[in-house]
Design a binder for this molecule. Sequence first.
Ligand code: NAP
Ligand code: HSE
Length: 428
Amino acid sequence: MPAPLRIGLAGLGTVGVGVIKIVQQHAEMIAMRAGRPITITAVSARDATRDRGVDLSGLAWEQYPVALARRDDVDVFVEVMGGHEGAAHDATVAALAAGKDVVTANKALLAHSGHTLAEQAEAAGRTIRFEAAVAGGIPIIKSLTEALAGNKVRRVMGVMNGTCNYILTRMEDAGLPYEMVFEEARALGYLEADPNLDVGGIDAAHKLSLLSSIAFGTRVAFDGVEMEGIGAISIDDIRRAGDMGYRIKLLGVAQMTGRGLEQRMTPCLVPCDSPLGQLAGGTNMVVVEGDSVGQIVLRGAGAGQGPTASAVMGDVIDLARGIRTPVFGIPADRLESAVPARSAAPAAWYLRMRLLDRPGALAKIATKLGDAGISINRMRQYSHADGDAPVLIVTHKATRDDIQVALDSFRQTGVLVGDPVALRIEEV
Ligand code: NAP
Ligand code: HSE
């Protein structure tokens, strides 16, 4: 049997412990599949005294991830600490400088520094694998870089943050308001340490920017993602969308257009009976449209110990087999700079607002829509005993910019109460 591939594992939290479990439980099967044994030689975490629930005897302990990354008895540095700077960044740089391949689950790190790190890796004849960073256990990176490599990708989209999908599904199922379900998600441990990474759409936007790079051969352009979180979605929005046959999802869409790369991660309405509309709980779904293959839908656990560690191990096993593809599918020095473009494709829009209950109020709003060249498809004013009138409008197709013009002009009417909510109705 050839020499083992030796892992240095930085991070012994949810994912790191999952990696240890797989290596320990499936050692023989993995050795056969990889063509050589895979072992963990050394680990690092902040607290050396904590019981992690797995056997760490026989593994060297390094207090500093950078020192772990430089060890002579480490072939592959597995980074499962998290954070886009600090230890994760420094140790990844150190590992590449020391001639190691890197496997990471860290989408934040790659969204911020992916291109520089890819250049460093490839200059050294090494690679960075990151299957676990996007949609947890779903093998979307491998699908894009390998199985679908013969396709010109037209569009990539999906639900890539399980926590947001859990919150939106739970609001609908239990009829609970956002704030209450947010606290439930916190109690269940679903939220990132900084919850805004989840509910602000940032985590999902990190993931979308990585997929865009591979799909369109562009440098990672996280700054170019049009982003909006789910914090403004009310239980009424969910119910009203449902009345019209739609569900609200935090949906990522990336496509290359003649004007540049469109990337958006925003709450959208999708048909209830579509695969995306039926996606419940913390599950993720990624949809790829290629010129030859047509539409591919991948669905599975987007987070959790087993699914994420499964993805990490898939990458490690590929490295043990000697498979070393460019980080983002093509060599980093061939990736083009993405020209960011705001999405201009017209869509139907769901507009929800509250108006002063006075004569002519609705007419003023309808006039402003007409002035912006937007045609109303459906309109409804919900019953209200007194006070402000809840109004819902579904438009015919309009661009984001025209909708923005209309929303801005609503404020001049003097009848708008608070901020209106505008959600795109996505054709999927
Ligand atoms: P976690 O449970 O918080 O574990 C993080 C680990 O990193 C801990 O063991 C921590 O040590 C260690 N660590 C943090 N800073 C360190 C430092 N400066 N030096 C040494 N060790 C350090 O995180 P996780 O959920 O496993 O996530 C790890 C990575 O995977 C993140 O990038 C995350 O975004 C990504 N990811 C996670 C999931 C998931 O389902 N959890 C899914 C997809 C991707 P201590 O334990 O001693 O504090
Ligand atoms: N916070 C992320 C989610 C974890 O909810 O999907 C997996 O990346």
